[in-house]
Design a protein around this ligand. Sequence first.
Ligand SMILES: C[S@@+](CC[C@H](N)C(=O)[O-])C[C@H]1O[C@@H](n2cnc3c(N)ncnc32)[C@H](O)[C@@H]1O
Length: 208
Amino acid sequence: MSNVKFGAEAWNARFSGEGWAYGKEPNAWLAERIKPGSGKALVPADGEGRNAVWIASQGYDTTVFDLSDVGRDKCALLASQKGVVVDYQVDDLETRNFSPGQYDLIACSWFHVPWSMFCQHYPRMLSSLKPGGEFICEGYHTTQMEMTSGGPKSLDLLWELDEVMDVISDGFTTIHAAVETVELDESDLHRGRAHVVRLHLAKRKHRK
Ligand SMILES: C[S@@+](CC[C@H](N)C(=O)[O-])C[C@H]1O[C@@H](n2cnc3c(N)ncnc32)[C@H](O)[C@@H]1O
């Protein structure tokens, strides 16, 4: 298995075109699950900011961290077009400091990192949820390898539902956790039938 880490330069190159690589609209799973609110939201790895801008428009005080400074500039442009503010921090999951109990919502789409990094750093990231806070995300399943509707072509970055849940679900109530076949229509990079993992978890208020 490869252990590729697609770095900032590669993401900057992807985001340097005129348009938005994954569109300007939010990811459909996030848009279905996130209701208008007024708390603090963290949107990890939001690239050109489409999810963060939409989440800010729902009333959340919204922060992004992502490797890409080109993505930050695109997010600022989209935010000004939509009349919202997003605090976009160029930062790396691996080295970012996460203070516990900061956020009401953490939401992300297609945030794939090498599996060892996922195991070490996704739990740290989720520790920054407040009790009762929710984690909503979508990622590609390992069976996406053969598909042409997007996603990394490396099993090391793709997700098995039970493995993901083993790593992150301790201390959470599962609202939804499933492997699904969906029809994506986000952009030319993410269009067509896809095998995905969709998660919606809530951090328990009291540990059982
Ligand atoms: C496939 S893009 C998805 C962008 C966005 N979530 C969306 O759905 O439009 C993956 C994003 O993950 C970011 N990323 C990858 N590794 C990262 C890391 N270690 N820390 C922070 N961001 C990372 C990239 O810069 C890129 O913006």
